[in-house]
Design a protein around this ligand. Structure first.
Ligand code: PFF
Length: 457
């Protein structure tokens, strides 16, 4: 029964764990770099609209479904369909597959952050020439040995925590990792405001530069709003399944969404002032945090310590997200197949590790998976996985989750569950507004953006 599956110790634990899942490389590595590549302000605005009108309603839907079913993402769809065979289960399958795909390359980027912690501690970041930071990142990215080693370490650590179970592993880790991260980011932000590039950075992030809006940019903003909030694959649903029926779904969803958005904007306001003050480009691509941050720190007294202070939280943020990615797949085998947590974690970790090897080799000169080999468009394996997972699989999963919660779920049970334990959810109009968004606005927006990206619209 539900008690045997594990439960959060308190509501705060859920928020910390859910925020731990949401806040990750997506906020600190990916969001600043895609904002830079997409010209800043307009992209940020589209992203914020996606978060509010699409992300938040789906977040509430996912947590709600999880709490109602007290099951993994696959079990949820069959259980809430009255236990009968239903095609909706496919949405659950897609979720498990998406988690596996994302974690396989996520682990490689997380590995870079650990490598940079090591570099900072061992003096490897005290470089004299600014160009040397770009070269160092390039050397990291292209080195198969470094990538494979850290991919192995990250997957190992993630598996160890997930093996510890809900309260013993996931929750205990999140309680430490999230507050540390927030403190570090606040300190770095305080520093960034003193830089001369701060004003220009604010204009870059919040100024509306309409010329940079393209169909691909909108697809990317939509996809990223799913990625950053851990939506569309059942991570929030799985975490929601460890909530008790008394917990306030609306409040925890709001808190998680707000925290995630806060950290993403903070990351931009830390990174771009540094970038501009150093006379560097915003559109620096995936190397942005790994090149610009240590370069900026190198000019400060105790520069290497600043790098440690940055890359450790980055790694922690990645770890608490990696945990949730693995938990989705593991929970499926535990709940649906009756496997022990140990067997489920070991099997899923092995598969994800193997699938990540090509991503770890994507920057190298490997003949099969290396930098020169293109899979979709100009993308190497790593970029192809990221593109497929964030821009297509997550929004598609989100469409399925929204569709199920809004159209398939019994209306009475849904409404009762929405209001249960929630003062906000019981305010007049709130439930209806959420339902209408989930019924019409969310599916319509996802379908339009996808058709547009496919060139059909
Ligand atoms: N939200 C995480 C991030 O922003 O880094 C990534 C992620 C975690 C995506 C869990 C999806 C997920 F289910």
């Amino acid at each position: 029964m539900s008690e045997g599956r594990g439960q959060w110790g308190s509501r705060l634990s859920f928020v910390l764990a859910a925020a731990g899942s949401a806040v990750g490389l997506g906020n600190l590595w990916k969001f600043p770099y895609i904002t830079g590549m997409n010209g800043g302000g307009a992209f940020v605005l589209i992203y914020l609209v996606c978060i509010l009108l699409i992300g938040l309603p789906i977040m509430i839907g996912e947590v709600l479904l999880g709490r109602m079913s007290q099951s993994s993402v696959v079990g949820t769809f069959s259980k809430l369909s009255g236990g009968k065979p239903t095609p909706w289960v496919g949405v659950g399958w897609l979720g498990v597959a998406t988690g596996v795909v994302i974690l396989s390359y996520y682990s490689v980027v997380a590995g870079w952050s650990l490598h940079y912690v090591w570099l900072a501690l061992s003096g490897g970041l005290s470089l004299a020439q600014p160009e040397a930071f770009g070269e160092l990142f390039n050397a990291t990215y292209t080195d198969p040995g470094i990538n494979l080693r850290y991919h192995t370490i990250f997957m190992g650590l993630t598996a160890m925590i997930v093996l510890g179970g809900i309260q013993g592993g996931v929750e205990r880790a999140a309680r430490v990792l999230m507050p540390v991260l927030l403190l570090m980011m606040a300190a770095l932000l305080a520093y960034s405001t003193t830089l001369e590039g701060f004003g220009r950075a604010v204009d870059f992030v919040f100024g509306f530069h309409v010329e940079s809006i393209t169909g691909e940019a909108v697809l990317e903003a939509l996809g990223h709003s799913f990625f950053t909030l851990s939506l569309g694959m059942g991570a929030m649903l799985t975490y929601g399944s460890y909530l008790s029926r008394k917990d306030d779904v609306i409040a925890v969803s709001l808190a998680t969404t707000a925290l995630d958005t806060l950290v993403a904007l903070m990351a931009c306001l830390v990174l771009f002032p540094i970038t501009f003050s150093a006379g560097m480009e915003a559109a620096n691509g995936p190397g942005l945090v790994f090149i610009n941050m240590p370069l900026a720190f190198s000019g400060l007294p105790g520069g290497q310590l600043w790098s440690v202070a940055f890359f450790i939280p980055l790694f922690f943020a990645a770890l608490s997200s990696g945990i949730s990615l693995l938990e989705v797949a593991a929970a499926y085998f535990i709940d649906e197949r009756g496997w022990s947590r140990r067997k489920a974690v070991l099997l899923t970790t092995s598969v994800i590790f193997a699938l990540g090897v090509p991503s770890a080799l994507s920057g190298s000169d490997n003949m099969v998976f290396g930098a020169g080999i293109h899979w979709i468009g100009e993308r190497n394996w790593f970029d192809t996985f990221d593109y497929l997972a964030s821009n297509w699989m997550l929004p598609l999963g989100g469409l399925g989750i929204a569709g199920f919660a809004a159209w398939r779920l019994g209306g009475k049970a849904r409404e009762a569950s929405f209001r249960a334990g929630s003062r906000l959810g019981s305010l007049p109009g709130v439930y209806l507004a959420w339902l209408q968004l989930l019924r019409y606005a969310v599916p319509l927006a996802i379908v339009i953006v996808m058709l547009h990206a496919l060139g059909v619209l």
